[in-house]
Design a protein around this ligand. Structure first.
Ligand code: MN
Length: 281
């Protein structure tokens, strides 16, 4: 599960609360968002997760001032530095992956990406991929919907960008919430990605409890099984009832969709196990 199911953790105590919640709801991995990798207590996070025998993965995103897909060379530089810090933090946490919107700012745009901006993005990610490989961290690119980026909205665009970066240390991530907005169906992106799919976010159309929205999970998980996907499947759900820090505005979380994180998490785990053909955990 995404750590923020239980609200944005800051202190060691908060991380213990997240780890305890994750374990009680039946999860075995916690995704740690590194929104500001210069200000993250990796020791406290590791201790909390280890106490509950939880695996870890890391995610990151860029602000407009750090947009590596812009034509502003200063912003591109700041973005590259932020990604390098996130890679180091992920390595300190012993996360095998760092994924998310690593390729542009997570922000609404009112104009399309430019070819110069995209070239900047490819150049930066090529260097970050090499540095990350040295640290044992693979990079995952997550296509997100048009209201959150103008660069990579679909799996096909994500695969094209990975091709351009030209590193075996970069994989594709898919998120059903975004796919439900941008893709023609939820099977084709999975089969096209095949072995390059390394990470999955399971999110409902309104980012609430799984199975209560319009996402075609049956097709999605049937196709995941057909490609023998064996990577993480991470439950993402956000509501106004838990504090999300800066992520609330970035993800446009304006509605109260549930109140009990533990119940929503437990239900998600059962829902995912059933669709992946796993025995209940
Ligand atoms: Mn996601």
């Amino acid at each position: 599960m995404h750590a923020y199911l239980f609200g944005a953790p800051r202190s060691q105590e908060d991380w213990r609360h997240v780890a305890h919640g994750a374990r009680s709801a039946g999860f075995d991995l916690v995704e740690v968002p590194l929104l500001d990798a210069s200000d993250v207590d990796t020791g406290a996070i590791s201790r909390a997760l280890e106490e509950h025998h939880l695996a870890v993965s890391c995610s990151a995103g860029l602000t407009a001032a750090m947009d590596i897909s812009s034509e502003d060379t200063e912003a591109v530089k700041r973005g590259e530095a932020a990604l390098m810090r996130a890679v180091s933090a992920a390595a300190r946490l012993r996360s095998p992956t760092l994924s998310g919107v690593l390729y542009s700012s997570l922000a609404a745009n009112d104009r399309p990406a430019t070819s110069k901006g995209r070239a900047n993005c490819v150049e930066v990610l090529s260097r970050v991929a090499v540095a990350a490989e040295r640290e044992g961290v693979a990079l995952g690119l997550e296509p997100v919907n048009r209201y959150e980026t103008n660069l990579v909205n679909t799996a096909a665009q994500g695969l094209e960008l990975i091709e351009a970066i030209g590193s075996a240390n970069v994989f594709l991530q898919l998120d059903t919430f975004h796919m439900n907005i941008e893709e023609s169906d939820l099977a084709t992106p999975v089969t096209e990605a095949g072995g390059r799919l390394g990470y999955v976010h399971a999110g409902e159309s309104h980012r609430g409890p799984l199975g209560t929205g319009t996402v075609d999970f049956e097709t999605f998980f049937r196709t995941l099984r057909s490609i023998r996907y064996g990577g993480p499947i991470v439950f993402e759900s956000f509501t106004t009832g838990v504090p999300l820090g800066g992520l609330q505005g970035a993800l446009r979380v304006w509605r109260d969709l549930w109140t009990d994180a533990n119940a929503v998490g437990r239900q998600a785990r059962e829902f995912l196990d059933a669709r992946m053909g796993l025995e209940p955990s």
